[in-house]
Design a protein around this ligand. Structure first.
Ligand code: SF4
Length: 656
């Protein structure tokens, strides 16, 4: 009997219309856990590096995390893996909501799509019955609307439906997959789904998940719930409001946006508006938000309520979460929050990433102001600020006129437009738009996270360690006194010694060695979460979370029966991290790609930054191009990866 997981994947060949239920290898669960780990293994084994993201040979894997569907609070993530049309590297975007537990209750750990359907279809998974159904009547329908239409058509109000909108159908690189309470938005996952001709996957499952040691597991869950309650009642003091609690930033709950609106950049990630947040703005935005927000909502089995149902007169209801409340408003330089809520509704139906898409539009209008794009490119565009953003959004998702170029994101659009447009695509790492954040002094830990992260999402750069030093020794001592999550006491000393000014301050402190240690801890938690399917909002993203390296091994053992301790789990993390890196190295990723935007920090330190990268690579067992060494690969049971990289001349040639 398999515990924690179902032990079966659904393999669907869309070109042939073939559906197979395939038993997975339990040994791979021990080596990689599930979710991201086993997704990466499948991508490595089955999709050659030469494969174009829009080739029928590219896979799109919907992988549930190992703990999804168990009673573990917040274990609800689906990890979507493919080759990204945006970065051309491995994408592993993820969505919360309810889809992953439902798939496991239907009896599957993953849905693996290959090939391309000749016509638009949707997939209906109802326990053992799986069908590919015609979706021609859903052409052009919104991503939220589609979910409801499918539920009605199937007469299954409890089916969980992951769907794309028009953007995905048109292979827009920022296309998302929307699912009830959540979405997988980054890296063009929705474009690959659209390319495969799949409008949606609907799931209904009524089976059970077996637990190896249920009583012990429930005890652990109960401890986590108690700790969540404690943390909700005891916010971390002396840090920014949005860092004090658990979950994703509580943008739907809080109305105070002084910090975001005055510190994040407006337009095409250019300008700060230091005096924006007045009492008048605050009152107006509060009124707008409270009118629009019908209620706060959670993902499956989670006591946090990070999302909200939004409903405004004249438009259908939708779900909003996190920072997307502000991205359109700030990109368009609009002072009204109402605009942000309204355009986000249209964008959600189209199914686009709320981080990149507003930046792409702001980028386009900058190019117009600079004379690089012309009036002809914008023929018919309204002159008012709000109107022109709606107009351009419509053109991008339809790939009409200049929208067809912009639909490929700022990096590729700039290359196509030329005439100096590249300088305006200034906020990218690995060809993908980043947070519109411009800072003063370089922080060595965040430099490494930004430069080397391969998830390209927003939360990958947040973690367990405070973002800035505490002002007084009293505050530092207060912070470390109940810091049970630290894997090693040395992290407490770094917090105690970290100063705001002087020798022990950014950018030279934490030292490169310490920074590598801190980044490694942060990455470890993200990689474990992504293999287990636990929301980062309860683990790798906030300070002092309920899940950590000390209790995770017990969860895994009690759920699956796999005997693992902290050292063993760390080894799995290293294996998964190194495998993801190897997939990307095989796709061409090198040190030259690991560069944060030139203007991300005002003060830069080229020598220090080079040293940070050198140390990080060394720490990981990689060479100075960021390529895992043969020894490091063999040590992590990835000898077959070393062989492949050697055969391709990647290890031998470049390390020589
Ligand atoms: S913490 Fe928030 S985003 Fe995470 S599972 Fe809970 S409700 Fe969803």
């Amino acid at each position: 009997m398999r515990y924690g997981e179902t032990g079966f994947n659904l393999e669907i060949d869309l070109s042939r219309g073939n559906i197979e239920r395939v038993e997975s290898d339990p040994k791979l669960t021990e080596l990689h856990l599930g979710g991201l780990g086993t997704n990466a293994k499948i991508l490595w084994d089955r999709v050659p590096p030469e494969t174009d993201p829009f080739s029928p040979d590219n896979l799109l894997i919907f992988g549930t995390g190992l703990l999804c569907g168990t009673p573990a609070p917040g274990a609800n993530r689906t990890i979507l893996t493919t080759y990204s049309p945006q970065t051309l590297l491995m994408a592993y975007s993820m969505m919360g909501g309810f889809w992953a537990p439902e798939l496991k209750y239907a009896g599957y750990d993953k849905v693996i799509l290959r090939g391309k359907s000749p016509k638009l279809v949707y997939i209906w998974i109802h326990n053992d019955k799986v069908e590919i159904r015609d979706a021609s009547h859903l052409h052009g329908k919104g991503a939220v609307e589609t979910q409801e239409l499918i539920r009605q058509e199937l007469k299954e109000p409890n089916a969980q439906v992951a769907a794309i909108g028009l953007a995905g159908e048109n292979r827009v690189y920022t296309a998302s997959i929307e699912q009830g309470r959540s979405s997988a938005s980054r890296l063009g996952i929705g474009a690959v789904m659209g390319d495969k001709g799949v409008k949606a996957i609907a799931v209904r499952g009524t089976k059970d998940i077996n637990l190896a040691r249920p009583a012990e597991f429930f005890e652990l869950c109960s401890d986590v719930l108690k700790y969540i309650k404690f943390r909700n009642e005891n916010p971390v003091p002396n840090v920014m409001t949005i860092l004090q609690g658990l979950g994703s930033p509580q943008e739907m709950l809080h109305v105070d946006e002084k910090w975001h609106t005055e510190n994040f950049s407006w337009g095409n990630s250019r300008a700060r508006r230091k005096d924006f947040w007045t009492k008048e703005v605050e009152d107006k935005w509060k009124e707008t938000q409270e009118n629009a927000r019908k209620r706060l909502i959670s993902c499956y089995n989670c006591p946090m309520k990070c999302g909200a149902i939004i409903s405004l007169p004249g438009m259908s209801t939708y779900m909003m979460k996190c920072f997307s409340k502000l991205t359109y408003t700030m990109a368009a330089f609009v002072d009204s929050l109402d605009f942000g809520f309204r355009i986000a509704q249209r964008a959600t139906e189209y199914g686009v990433d709320g981080f990149s898409t507003p930046q792409i539009m702001a980028f386009a209008f900058e190019l117009k102001d600079a004379g690089i794009l012309t009036d002809e490119d914008f023929a018919g565009c309204p002159s008012d600020n709000e109107g022109r953003f709606y107009w351009l959004l419509d053109r991008i998702v339809r790939r009409e006129g200049i929208g067809d170029v912009l639909a490929n994101g700022t990096h590729w659009a700039a290359q196509q437009i030329g005439k100096g447009a590249e300088a305006y695509a200034h906020n990218n790492i690995k060809k993908h738009e980043q947070l519109p954040l411009k800072l003063g002094m370089l922080n060595p830990v965040y430099f490494l996270m930004y430069a080397t992260g391969e998830k390209i999402n927003i939360t990958q750069i947040e973690g367990q360690f405070p973002q800035s030093p505490f002002a007084t020794m009293e505050e530092r001592e207060d912070f470390i006194k109940d810091w049970i999550q630290v894997p090693d006491e040395k992290f407490k000393q770094i917090v105690l010694d970290w100063e705001m000014r002087g020798e022990r301050s950014n950018p030279y402190y934490p030292t490169p060695e310490m920074s590598c240690d801190i980044v490694d801890w942060q990455e470890k938690m993200h990689y474990i979460d992504d293999a287990l399917g636990v929301c980062a909002g309860l683990s790798s993203f906030p300070l002092k979370p309920p899940y950590h390296i000390h209790n995770y091994p017990h969860f895994i053992s009690a759920a699956t029966g796999i005997d693992v301790d902290e050292a063993g789990l760390t080894r799995v993390y290293k294996r998964n991290r190194t495998l993801v890196r190897s997939i990307n190295v095989r796709r061409g990723l090198r040190r030259a790609d690991e560069v944060p935007p030139e203007d991300h920090w005002r003060k830069r330190f080229p020598e220090l930054e080079a040293k940070l990268l050198d140390e990080y690579y060394k720490f990981k067992g990689w060479d100075n191009q960021g390529i895992p060494t043969k020894e490091a690969l063999q040590e992590l049971d990835l000898g077959y990866v070393a062989e492949d990289l050697e055969q391709r001349g990647i290890i031998k040639n470049e390390q020589d």
